[in-house]
Design a binder for this molecule. Structure first.
Ligand code: RAM
Length: 524
């Protein structure tokens, strides 16, 4: 079942121009580099129907052989790129007596090159597929492709020339762009475990390629600022690139462009101008509180805390309406919160965890600011919500938190309840152990949700287990060929996609970059 993201009814945008202006002023400078292909590759399917390389050859001549109708060549740039591509085309043979017609595909992974995009039937727009068709009337030509692509592989197929001439391609180049400065990142000491060094490198590359004009969720798709992704990117950024201004910019933009009644939206569009989307997700709105809280912890920038606190507090207040008399978030139909992409996940329990977790952060900020009335109100609700959770959502017999009317037991619900510290530390530890032992069938499918599991383990005396998960999840992705960490990864179903096809998945995705945060914060 697809989980279409729905819009809120009667959507209105509320603008705080002064915040927006501050965000706009913090526009980052881009760092550009040049890259070019390192080899030519050919693809085939393996026994499990996955695309793999069948052949590769170096690209020393820096020029392709001449290609005629129906022939294709695939360039491998050796690593993930985000940027603008240019190349030269030379005709060979008689004077070109017809335009050249090309198809150009870009793939972060081989499946995007191998699969025929005509077969795509997913629910996200096929326009995200990085495939262009172009006619070139005058040859030779220098082509500067106007769009920004995210890719490692680039395939050019000659759809037609004429029987009288063929084409040679040369000077294939990419001008890469990012607002992250790799030179700001401290190298890991060489006595760190080799697997962690590799994981850190891939995580850094993921974050680097997502750091553009804002923290994008994915440079291939959706190329916008989602707050759930921002929260994790910002945490990783504090331990790596330390681009505090980029986080500040995103905070101002979310605060300056809210939805009805001042609700922070789930995501912002950047172009043609900053705009809040009409999607509202309860957990994502609450994460504005976390983003501000974490920014303050990292920078101690009191001015921004004072300035944006009312926006954070508003999210807490708005969320209280979602509670029933017992202080438990009412379960709802539809796409009202995110949590994870598991298609059968009931979100009530996990959202209750997010609510308590963020209310606690809000209370801490209120205390820091000396807002005593707010502290009191928040603490009352935290108490009520925690009590309600234990009364209504804790299943003593099974030793798990349940969610929804069917009393679903999921990994996500347990993890968020642990992070919310509803139980005592020892009980948290026992709950985590039980989770692994009983392995409830509603598991986790995104690196985003796995991040929260790892964090819960680390904070509750299970560092070894956390490391094991990092190695068996992100580490396994590397073994499966990841240059950057992917949006989705289910080791049990490697082609899983919430969108109906893995060619639309993003293979350099913000929320997957956190191994670098874990490694640098807890493991060195
Ligand atoms: C997807 C994106 C994004 C995420 C939202 C909820 O569209 O992958 O990263 O935050 O879903």
């Amino acid at each position: 079942m697809a989980q279409h993201i729905s819009s809120i009814a009667d959507f209105k945008m509320e603008v705080n121009q002064s915040f927006v202006d501050k965000g706009v002023e913090l526009e980052p400078k881009f760092i550009e580099t040049k890259s070019e292909p390192i080899q030519l590759v050919e693809l085939e399917k393996d026994r499990d129907n996955n695309w793999m390389l069948s052949k590769h050859s170096s690209f020393e001549l820096k020029q392709t052989e001449s290609l005629g109708k129906g022939e294709a060549v695939c360039f491998d740039f050796g690593n993930h790129q985000v940027g603008y591509v240019s190349f030269k085309i030379k005709p060979i043979g008689s004077p070109p007596d017809a335009p050249a017609h090309l198809r150009i595909k870009f793939g972060e992974t081989l499946c995007e090159i191998g699969e025929d995009s005509k077969d795509y039937e997913g629910w996200l727009s096929s326009s995200w597929i990085q495939e262009e068709f172009m006619h070139i009337d005058v040859l030779p030509a220098v082509i500067n492709m106007p769009r920004r692509y995210a890719f490692r592989y680039m395939e050019i197929k000659v759809l037609d020339t004429s029987p009288k001439y063929q084409l040679i391609f040369e000077e294939i180049r990419c001008r890469t762009v990012s607002s992250a400065d790799m030179s700001n990142v401290a190298p890991l000491s060489s006595n760190v475990d080799e697997d962690l060094i590799k994981m850190d490198r891939v995580a850094l590359k993921t974050l680097h390629d997502c750091m553009q004009s804002v923290f994008e969720d994915g440079p291939k798709r959706d190329r916008r600022l989602w707050i759930g992704d921002l929260r994790l990117q910002a945490s990783a950024n504090y331990f790596t690139f330390k681009n505090y201004d980029l986080v500040k910019r995103c905070l101002y933009l979310f605060a300056g462009l809210t939805q009805n009644e001042g609700r922070v939206g789930a995501c912002l569009f950047i172009e043609p101008h900053m705009l809040v989307d009409d999607t509202a997700l309860l957990d994502y709105s609450l994460f504005f509180i976390s983003c501000l809280h974490d920014y303050y912890e990292a920078t101690r920038d009191r001015a921004i805390l004072e300035e944006l606190w009312p926006v954070a507090y508003k999210q807490a207040v708005l969320s209280l309406r979602e509670l029933d008399e017992a202080g438990v978030v009412k379960d709802r139909e539809g796409f009202w919160a995110f949590i994870d992409w598991h298609k059968d996940l009931n979100k009530q329990g996990a959202v209750q965890g997010v609510l308590i977790y963020t209310l606690k952060q809000a209370s801490k900020m209120a205390e820091e600011l000396g807002c005593l009335e707010e502290v009191q109100l928040l603490d009352t609700y935290i108490k009520q919500a925690s009590k309600g959770t234990l009364q209504k959502l804790w299943d003593e017999e099974q030793g798990f938190f349940i969610s929804g009317k069917d009393r679903q037991i999921s990994w996500a619900t347990q993890v968020w309840m642990v992070l919310a510290d509803v139980l005592e530390q020892q009980e948290n530890e026992a709950l985590l152990d039980r989770l692994f032992e009983k392995n409830p069938k509603i598991n986790m499918v995104t690196p985003y949700m796995n991040h929260h599991l790892v964090e819960a383990l680390i904070l509750n005396g299970r560092k070894e287990k956390a490391l094991e998960i990092m190695k068996s999840y992100w580490g396994e992705m590397i073994k499966d060929g990841a240059d950057c960490f992917w949006e989705l990864y289910n080791p049990e179903d490697k082609k899983e996609s919430p969108y109906g096809s893995n060619i639309i998945n993003s293979y350099c995705h913000a929320w997957s970059c956190t191994p670098t945060y874990f490694i640098r914060k807890y493991f060195i």
